[in-house]
Design a protein around this ligand. Structure first.
Ligand code: PMP
Length: 287
């Protein structure tokens, strides 16, 4: 089955999709993205992703090319046309292709944003073998820019970080700034000590995860204690449990940090429970 993608208003087979070489997304990483998860052919937390998209675009002074209902329609069309049961929808909006390379932003009246969406199926999303074993992380310096709250397509350092982790036999990297963990390369980071969930507070230092917001809400509803504050690498290594959250991994237990095993070296009970609650509640609220 050929994948159908969306480019600037049209649906087409992926092989027919074309973007200008002058697109500022390509030349300058001048664009933003969102990843929305699909379970049972339905969208998880569409409103959260749409709201963050609007914010990211606003921070970069790019006009939102579509309203909420139009975005929802494209998402649903792609899920339907590609028969996605479990997987994700990737969307990207760039400042467009002015026809030359220039550091100055093009006039938005003559250069429209570029809009691309595509789907990726992943039948093992809910029943993930990785979630049963947990993942290993290593710590690396956080060398990203200062506006990590904007979901831009500048993903080179996170991608390098992931490779540094894989080279060390781990699965992912947690980034460190002034001794404290900021977040994972593509997820938010949490530790649990004496039943208390600790995660860095929201600021420009981290992406405001849509999954983070949902998981913290579910945790509080389940009477779990939550503390939003910085935590150090040392604190993380002596935690009882740890986990990461993202739209595509939900709640993923972390079982070792820089080679130090946490607890029994297997997914902890609270992280496991939070994963179950998150999947159950997200499924119920999916649209
Ligand atoms: N932090 C970073 C750096 C990310 O790239 C992501 C996922 N894109 C997240 C956190 C998690 O965000 P969300 O829960 O919205 O997927």
């Amino acid at each position: 089955m050929t994948r159908i993608v969306y480019v600037n208003g049209d649906y087409m087979p992926e092989g027919d999709a074309k973007i200008s070489i002058f697109d500022r997304g390509f030349l300058m990483a001048d664009g933003v993205y969102e990843v929305t998860t699909v379970i049972d052919g339905k969208l998880i937390d569409f409103e959260g992703h749409f709201t963050r998209l609007e914010r990211s675009l606003g921070e970069l002074d790019i006009a939102n090319p579509m309203d909420r209902d139009a975005w929802l329609e494209v998402h649903r069309q792609l899920v339907g046309q590609n028969a996605v049961d479990q997987g994700m929808i990737y969307l990207q909006v760039t400042r467009g292709a002015p026809g030359d390379r220039d550091f100055v932003f093009p006039d938005p009246d003559t250069t429209a944003p570029t809009v691309v969406l595509f789907t990726q199926s992943n039948p093992a999303l809910v029943d993930s073998p990785k979630a049963k074993k947990g993942i290993k992380v290593v710590t690396i310096d956080d060398l990203r820019w200062g506006r990590r709250d904007i979901k831009t397509v500048q993903l080179l350092y996170p991608s390098m970080g992931k490779m540094m982790a894989i080279k060390q036999g781990a699965d992912d990297a947690w980034m460190v700034q002034d001794g404290a963990i900021t977040e994972g390369t593509s997820n938010n980071a949490y530790i649990i000590k004496d039943g208390k969930i600790v995660t860095r507070a929201l600021s420009n230092d981290i992406l405001h995860g849509i999954t983070r917001a949902a998981v913290l809400r579910f945790a509080r509803e389940a009477q779990m204690q939550v503390e939003e504050r910085n935590f150090t690498v040392e604190e993380a290594k002596s935690a009882d449990e740890a986990f990461v959250t993202s739209a595509s991994t939900f709640v993923m237990p972390v079982v070792s940090i820089d080679g130090t095993e946490l607890g029994t070296g297997t997914p902890g009970p609270l992280a496991t429970r939070l994963r179950e609650i998150y999947i159950e509640e997200s499924r119920k609220a999916a649209i």
